[in-house]
Design a protein around this ligand. Structure first.
Ligand code: ATP
Ligand code: MG
Length: 629
């Protein structure tokens, strides 16, 4: 299962393409199955209908917890770092975690949850979030985790969409110096959610909250009512494990459904290989459990591998912009996995927050969520990795369940801004607008995958047609990622942004990410977002929204500097036609730029901006509208 050299990668890759079923059967063997599968894979991409390990029976928590008890029972499974650095961190060993999960599984049962029911989890980044997730899986309930920063309306939408019976929440949450009223938000959300019968409330910030008799119960008192004896429910490989809504960068969030067996095998396989995790190392993924990255690489991947997963409650800038580096120093983190948006933001605070921190424990760095621009890549490499840690730029999606294209740490030669090569089992293909394969190297096109991997999306909850239409109908017999991609002369893949974000300027195809990359190279620029707008002569013009640091005694001069920078880096063809300086960019709560809003503004059409409920700070949009050029 473990790849150690580039030759081994090549052998594994070849095997996975020539004999996918044989390849994945071998990997899946390492897990405990109550009943072996009858057939490894059954699939078609037209309806679509995809089944892995058909007829196999297992329970993912048995593999993530029980399986490790004998050898790793007293090893740390989760290390929890609280928001407030003066409070002590908490360590849960595999034994302790197993005990808590079984108890909470019994609490769920006590509150009427049975196999197949949906449970909404709306919690801060506390160990109980992982416990609640695993407890659902223990009894075969389908978890739907909603990021704790979402509003009541967004929570309502997600609860209604998946018809949840129970919601697990906390009184409040601490993020930086803010106290976030979780239970109040749940109360507001539930006004419109008749399906929810019980609310299980964890005491965390000890904020005063309402507790409604018959509906609301306390986590702590419930846990006292149950034993820690909870045999795992035997699940079919294709039983749904969870629903997770996408971050909504491109439209209404989709309730992506993942199933049990394939997700288990793939999240563990990719965790171990991409990061080259070694026993006793500390793995720190800074994502929230409310995103797929948290599901696959804070909870399932690491625990299925017997790893130690560090979970951080707070934000990277509290109490100051050195918090990540403090955590690395304090807990001797071996592997750090974070997002370009965090790197860029911390970069903006300057090196003084990195200096004096002992980062020598770091061995591997990871990036996920959006294309990482060259400047951020170099900063991460130089100042955090000290030039000795491979950076794995991992490309994947909520729908893919696990990493698809990425270097294998220390095995694949990296190249800044490149996700490099497909992992074993992943068969990418680039196609043009008409769906024709673009062969060879040194080409770019729309990124599709032509063969299923074990954790591919099975459906969108309650609306299979939407799944078919969104991912499997654009190009027949291909899974369409929605991302544009370049394959260079070495066969390395580089994601250039969403296909919708690829511009056609005077007949040249230019990725918005590429232009942003160049703008961001300008020393005063903190961040930028580029979109296209209709242009009489060029077809599409380039409109750039830019956040600058040295605010602009002479905006016009700054504009010309930026144009000169872009010309140097890409060429005059990529020069923005319009540059608007802004204070902030419209970002989703997962830190991604909602370009479709900027596109509307650039087009001068602000009457209907579409679904903006997943925006972090909607007021940014008004400012940008006011300053539009
Ligand atoms: P929605 O589908 O609702 O618009 P979303 O696509 O932002 O939301 P996610 O599934 O969280 O939701 O994000 C996946 C997308 O993030 C990918 O399709 C890609 O555009 C981008 N992405 C993720 N990792 C990388 C990476 N390493 N390099 C480039 N882009 C990445
Ligand atoms: Mg998406």
């Amino acid at each position: 299962m473990r790849i150690r050299t580039f030759e081994e990668y090549q052998t594994a890759y070849r095997h996975s393409v020539e004999d996918p079923e044989g390849f994945w059967a071998e990997v899946a063997q390492e897990f405990k199955w109550h009943k072996p599968w009858k057939k490894v894979l059954d699939w078609n991409f037209s309806t679509p209908d995809i089944k892995w390990f058909v007829g196999g029976k297992t329970n993912i928590t048995e593999n993530a917890l029980d399986r490790h008890l004998r050898e790793l029972g007293n090893h740390p499974a989760i290390i929890w770092e609280p928001n407030d650095p003066s409070e002590p961190s908490v360590t849960l060993t595999y034994k302790m975690l197993h005990d808590q999960v079984c108890r909470f599984a019994n609490v769920l049962k006590r509150n009427g949850v049975v196999k197949g029911d949906r449970v909404c989890i709306y919690l801060p980044m506390v160990p109980e979030a992982a416990i609640a997730i695993l407890a659902c899986a223990r009894i075969g309930a389908v978890h739907s985790v909603v990021f704790g920063g979402f509003s009541a309306q967004s929570l309502t939408d997600r609860i209604i969409d998946s018809n949840c019976k129970v919601i697990v929440t906390s009184d409040g949450a601490a993020r930086g110096n803010k106290n976030i009223p979780m239970k109040d938000t749940v109360d507001d959300a539930l006004i419109a959610c008749p399906s929810v019968k019980k609310v299980i409330v964890l005491t965390h910030t000890r904020t005063a909250i309402s507790m409604i008799k018959g509906r609301d119960v306390w986590w702590e008192s419930e846990m006292k009512q149950v034993t820690s004896d909870c045999p795992p429910e035997v699940m079919d490989s294709e039983d749904p494990l969870f629903i997770l809504y996408t971050s909504g960068s491109t439209g209404k969030p989709k309730g992506v459904v993942h199933s049990t067996g394939g997700y288990m095998v793939y999240s563990a396989y990719t965790f171990q290989n991409v990061f080259q995790y070694e026993q006793d190392q500390v793995f720190f993924c800074t994502a929230d459990v409310g995103w797929i990255t948290g599901h696959s690489y804070i909870v399932y991947g690491p625990l299925l591998s017997g790893a130690t997963s560090l979970m951080f409650e707070g934000i990277p800038t509290y109490p100051d912009a050195g918090r990540f580096w403090d955590i690395v120093d304090r807990h001797k983190v071996d592997i750090l996995y974070t997002a370009p948006t965090a790197i860029r933001s911390l970069m903006g605070f300057g090196l003084k927050y990195v200096e004096g921190k002992d980062l020598s424990s770091l061995k591997v760095l990871g990036s996920v969520g959006e294309p990482i621009n060259e400047e951020a890549w170099n900063w991460y490499n130089e100042h955090i990795g000290k030039g000795k840690c491979p950076i794995v730029d991992t490309w994947w999606q909520t729908e893919t369940g696990g990493i698809l294209i990425s270097p294998i740490a220390g095995v694949t030669k990296t190249k800044p801004t490149y996700a490099t090569l497909p992992l074993p089992g992943v068969q990418p293909i680039l196609v043009d607008e008409s769906g024709k394969e673009i062969e060879g190297n040194g080409v770019s096109g729309n990124l599709c995958i032509k063969y299923p991997w074990p954790s591919i999306i099975r459906t969108t909850w309650g609306d299979h047609e939407r799944c078919r239409q969104t991912y499997f109908s654009t190009y027949p017999n291909l899974y369409f990622t929605g991302d544009g991609c370049l394959r260079d002369e070495d066969g390395y893949y580089r994601i250039t942004g969403r296909v919708d974000d690829v511009l056609n300027v005077s007949g040249h195809r230019i990725g918005t990410a590429e232009v942003e990359n160049a703008i961001n190279m300008h020393s005063d620029v903190i961040e930028s977002a580029v979109v296209g707008y209709p242009h009489d002569i060029k077809g599409q013009g380039i409109y750039a929204f830019v956040i600058c640091e040295n605010t602009l005694d002479d905006e016009d001069l700054s504009r010309r500097d930026i144009l000169a920078t872009v010309t140097r880096i890409i060429g005059p063809i990529a020069k923005p036609d319009k540059i608007q300086f802004v204070r902030g960019l419209p970002k989703t709560r997962s830190g991604k730029i909602m370009r479709r809003i900027l596109r509307k503004i650039a087009e001068g059409d602000t009457s209907n901006l579409g679904d903006t409920t997943t925006l972090l700070d909607p007021s940014v949009v008004d400012d940008i509208k006011d300053g539009a050029l």
